[in-house]
Write a protein that binds this ligand. Structure first.
Ligand SMILES: [Zn+2]
Length: 457
């Protein structure tokens, strides 16, 4: 079963195959006869899955989205492919995991081996904007992140690409200007459907940008990517300004959705709001992102909105990963008959039950596998394995690699096929052999002590 799952999972997505097969489709109607919709991707950089009141957070961080709750579809178990912006966005664009597009972040050296600081999107796989452009879409990007640039070839397929320098206001990105531009593009009439990608940075560290609506007590923003000590007061302060940043972005997104609801014309529109990775507030001793593969960094919010298109509303616990956003968008654009669109719309049938969907998350020196309810993390230098049962241990406290040795062995076997470069132990490090090893070590120690004592005598 594991091998079958693996083969299916490694198979090129039908969206990619369909996009390659019919690049010249230019009709303004999809196969089902619908007019091609405008498609809007709003990436909120470093947005944690659990900080949106619309999907259950206890603080009112998304009042504008809350008001549209009955119109929204969101995924309660969505994961990114990497906890760094560049490999995450690359996977979203080309529809494959990092090991296949080859942009991987190494948290130890803080670089992209082997290219250092120039992670270029050079894979021959077609990007989402290339696929949509070939299908007749007017494609535009408004990007606030300094990694997602023309220099790094993330402009592939975009007719218009306005990078971070266009939005920089004294070191802070003007997300308000980005979404106002998106609204004006979509409010203008057009013969062609539009695909717009907006990349917002308001939630990204450093957090304290002046939004303090949800701050309970003042503290210091001690942000750094990685392990760092901080007082509970400063941790709470950082988390509170972060929540206030989420509230700010909710206002901007709410404004865009209002503008799209009110616009003239009949072309449908679908909007996806999502995070490229999460953010840590000391859950595992650190801050920021691109450092570990724990839940606070891997889980991301993914919400769809689209009157007439998105009619499967409310939460879905489908085991979602970011490349599904690409599959849904190509399907909505009619360049693929991929069943993924059924996740948000009844226009096409819902995908088959997820069953044992295997999901992988990859940094250069750390990898994770999800197979419900299990999560397996493996790191190299030092080689380390962790196994968590997320059904009972959602915050990843108890490593079950020894107690649940059989499951650990199953996931290790899959990991060895996906990432053969990691230094797996020659023997199964599960309970019995661990015991045997301990016994051997204590035996050797006893013999040495005995020899020393004999010598002294
Ligand atoms: Zn990011």
């Amino acid at each position: 079963v594991a091998r079958l799952v693996l083969v299916l999972w490694l198979w090129p997505s039908p969206a990619v195959a369909a996009a390659v097969a019919e690049p010249g489709a230019r009709s303004d109607a999809t196969a089902s006869g619908r007019q091609r919709p405008d498609l809007v991707l709003i990436l909120v950089d470093a947005l944690r899955a659990d900080r949106l009141s619309v999907s259950g957070y206890g603080r009112p961080t998304t009042p504008r989205l809350d008001r549209r709750r009955s119109e929204l579809r969101w995924f309660t178990d969505a994961v990114t492919h990497a906890t760094h912006t560049v490999p995450s966005v690359a996977s979203l664009f080309v529809g494959v995991p990092p090991r296949l597009h080859k942009i991987q972040w190494d948290p130890r050296t803080r670089s992209f081996p082997p290219n250092g600081q120039h992670p270029r999107l050079e894979t021959s796989l077609p990007t989402l904007p290339e696929v949509l452009s070939a299908a007749g879409y007017d494609t535009r990007a408004f990007v606030g992140n300094p990694w997602i640039t023309e220099e790094n070839r993330f402009n592939r397929g975009f007719g218009v690409f306005e990078g971070w320098r266009a939005w920089d206001r004294d070191g802070t990105n003007d997300d308000k200007a980005i979404l106002e531009t998106v609204a004006s593009v979509l409010e203008a009439s057009s013969e062609r459907p539009r695909f717009v990608y907006a990349h917002l940075m308001s939630v990204h560290s450093p957090y304290d940008k002046g939004h303090r609506e949800l701050v309970r007590e003042m503290g210091v923003d001690r942000f750094v990517n990685g392990l760092r000590e901080a007082s509970p007061r400063d941790i709470t302060f950082m988390s509170d300004v972060y929540d206030s940043d989420v509230l700010y972005v909710d206002g901007l997104v709410g404004g865009l959705l209002d503008a799209l609801s009110a616009r003239a014309g009949s072309r449908p529109v679908a909007v996806c709001v999502f995070g490229d990775h999460g953010e840590e507030f000391h859950e595992h001793g650190g801050f920021g992102h691109n450092t570990t593969l724990f839940q606070e960094l891997v889980q991301v919010p993914v919400l769809f909105w689209g009157p007439g298109l998105v009619d499967r509303t409310g939460p879905s616990d489908y085991p979602f990963e970011l490349i599904d956003v690409r599959r849904i968008f190509t399907a909505l654009a009619g360049v693929s008959d991929d069943a993924a669109v059924g996740l948000v719309s009844s226009v096409l049938p819902a995908p088959p039950t997820p069953g044992e969907r295997l999901r992988a998350i990859e940094l250069d020196a750390q990898k994770a596998l999800y197979l419900r309810p299990w999560k397996y993390i493996v790191t190299r230098e030092p080689f380390e394995e962790r196994l968590y049962n997320l059904a009972v241990d959602g915050t990843e406290r108890v490593n079950r690699v020894v107690v649940d040795a059989e499951m650990a062995a199953k996931l290790r076997t899959i990991a060895q096929r996906l990432w053969p470069e990691l230094p797996y132990p020659a023997v199964d490090p599960a309970a019995p052999s661990l015991f045997v090893r301990l016994a051997c070590v204590s035996g050797v120690v006893s013999v040495v002590i005995l020899l020393v004592l004999l010598r002294r005598l």
